[in-house]
Design a protein around this ligand. Structure first.
Ligand code: UD1
Ligand code: CA
Length: 477
């Protein structure tokens, strides 16, 4: 069991290179903000207290925190004084002893398990400080790790303060540290800003501790991808792609088939059962869950949807829908919030649906709008049916019973109900309830005006094509 008293997340920086009105740590990948990913990793550690140092865009960050980590405390840094300054503020009223983890809010790939290992190594060895390091082929921009001949960590030098020899070092500081609180309290007041950026560097604490005879543990990460940070939109996209691959690999190992993992984007918050098959160009977002054997895609987007076992969703866009066992959706279906499809039901091409339930085995196969409706079991909604739910001011409900046959091109003007086993005639405008077992006919009776084309369209191809006997017929009016 890892013992952790505080986790401090440094997130006050401006993120200037994002060129955004949104604070950097609030940019999202895989369905969570950068800060949200860091907080999710911290979840695994159960620190006694989380403190987030905020500054730039603080109202937005505070609001986000109140949603994703309501227990986290915020510490305001109202000017950029450096990572050392930010840590000083966060530690001001912290307890004098214990263990503290310090990390940045812009490293979305860090895993809880790596952090757990880091803290365990720190606590077991009784170190003053433990630093997570990484070897990067291009260490530009990062602080470099300076080791003694025996491998001991001596100090960390920032890129801008490093000599040419130091800049050639490929081992970098990840910006993730575990400290003994008593030791950190003792050292952090001694920081000075005599450096290229005129800031207090948290990294300088390492040299101060070492000079005081304290033991420092450098831990080289086996997976340097984990420590990557986001400073601009290029890195945002890189981290998003890396996270996509991690998430997809995990699901494939869990028994999910992905035809093309490079075009499959699954949020960290999604759950997928074994033997689901995901076709190319699919995005699964938010609180979506996919049950066993379901087939999703190609080119489908599901946001906050629950898909039942064996169901399929092809070429469709679905938000807040519940898709039952063996139900079929698509191609080209738009399911909006509150669409609830029972077992074995089907909603097909060019159908838009919201706030409606489709009973077991019922079908809305083609070209319909279904809003605010309850459809019973075994019912068929003919092609081109419109549930006219909106009177221009208010929305109204339509109830369709079991084993109903709604004729093609019916308009069901809500509020209206169609009884069990009832029919509507094709192209009817249904404004009155249709009783069980009745057929509702709501259209003008057809009349044929014989010879009309020959008289009114004489000389056209239609007139020529018209059979001679068409002329003989008497006009009906
Ligand atoms: C920092 C480290 C560097 C390391 C790198 C890893 C220092 C001095 N340098 O550099 O050794 O290789 O991280 O990514 O620590 N922040 C504040 N308040 C401040 C300044 C920064 O909260 O006054 C926050 C930022 O929002 C950010 C984090 O601290 O989340 C790191 O700051 P940043 O400016 O990105 O440091 P780097 O130059 O990347
Ligand atoms: Ca950074």
């Amino acid at each position: 069991m890892t013992r952790l008293d505080y986790a401090i997340v440094l997130a006050a920086g401006e993120g200037t290179r994002m060129k955004s009105t949104t604070p950097k740590v609030l940019h999202s990948i895989a369905g969570r903000t950068l800060l949200g990913h860091v907080l999710a990793a911290l979840d695994d550690l159960s620190p006694k207290e989380i403190r987030v140092v905020i500054g730039a865009g603080r109202e937005q960050v505070e609001e986000h925190l109140s949603l994703v980590a309501p227990k986290a405390k915020t510490v305001l840094q109202d000017r950029r004084g450096g990572t050392g300054h930010a840590a000083q503020l966060a530690l001001a009223d912290a307890s004098k002893t214990g263990t503290v983890l310090i990390l940045a809010g812009d490293t979305p790939l860090l895993s809880g398990s790596s952090l757990t290992q880091l803290i365990a190594a720190h606590n077991e060895g009784g170190f003053a400080a433990t630093v997570l390091t990484a070897e990067l082929p291009d260490p530009t921009g990062y602080g470099r790790v300076i080791r003694a001949d025996n491998g001991d960590l001596v100090r960390i030098v920032e890129d801008r303060d490093a000599s040419e020899v130091e800049q050639a070092i490929e081992e970098i500081n990840s910006g993730v540290y575990v400290f003994d609180l008593a030791k950190l309290h003792g050292a952090i007041g001694k920081l000075s800003s005599t450096n290229a950026q005129g800031e207090l560097y948290l990294t300088d604490v390492i040299e101060i501790l070492r000079k005081g005879g304290d033991r420092i543990l450098p831990v080289l990460t086996p997976d340097s991808v984990e420590i990557l940070g986001v400073n601009d939109r290029v890195q945002l996209a890189e981290c998003a792609a890396l996270l996509r691959d991690q998430i997809n690999d995990q699901w494939m190992r869990e028994g999910v088939t992905m035809i093309d993992p490079t075009t499959t984007w699954i949020d960290a918050t999604v759950e997928i059962a074994t033997d689901a098959v995901i076709y190319p160009g699919t995005a699964l977002s938010g609180e979506t869950t996919i049950a066993s054997g379901a087939i999703i895609g190609p080119r489908s987007t599901l946001i906050d949807c629950a898909v039942g076992p064996g169901a399929s969703v092809l070429e469709s866009y679905c938000v807040g829908a519940t898709i039952g066992k063996d139900a079929k959706v698509g191609p080209y279906t738009f399911l909006r919030a509150g669409s609830d499809l029972a077992t074995g039901s089907r909603v097909g091409s060019f159908v838009e649906m919201k706030n409606s339930t489709v009973g077991e085995g019922s079908k809305v196969p083609h070209l319909s709008y279904v809003g605010d409706a309850t459809i019973g079991t075994g019912t068929n909604i003919g092609a081109g049916t419109i549930f006219a739910n909106y009177d221009g001011v208010n929305k109204h409900q339509t109830v369709v019973g079991d084993h109903v046959r709604i004729g093609s091109d019916t308009v069901l003007v809500a509020p209206v109900s169609i009884g069990d086993g009832a029919y509507t005639a094709a192209s009817s405008v249904i404004t009155e309830d249709v009783p069980s077992g009745a057929i509702g006919v709501g259209r003008a009776k057809q009349r044929n005006v014989l010879g009309w084309v020959l008289r009114k369209r004489a000389g056209t191809l239609s007139a020529k094509a018209a059979k001679p006997n068409a002329e003989k017929g008497k006009p009906t009016s």
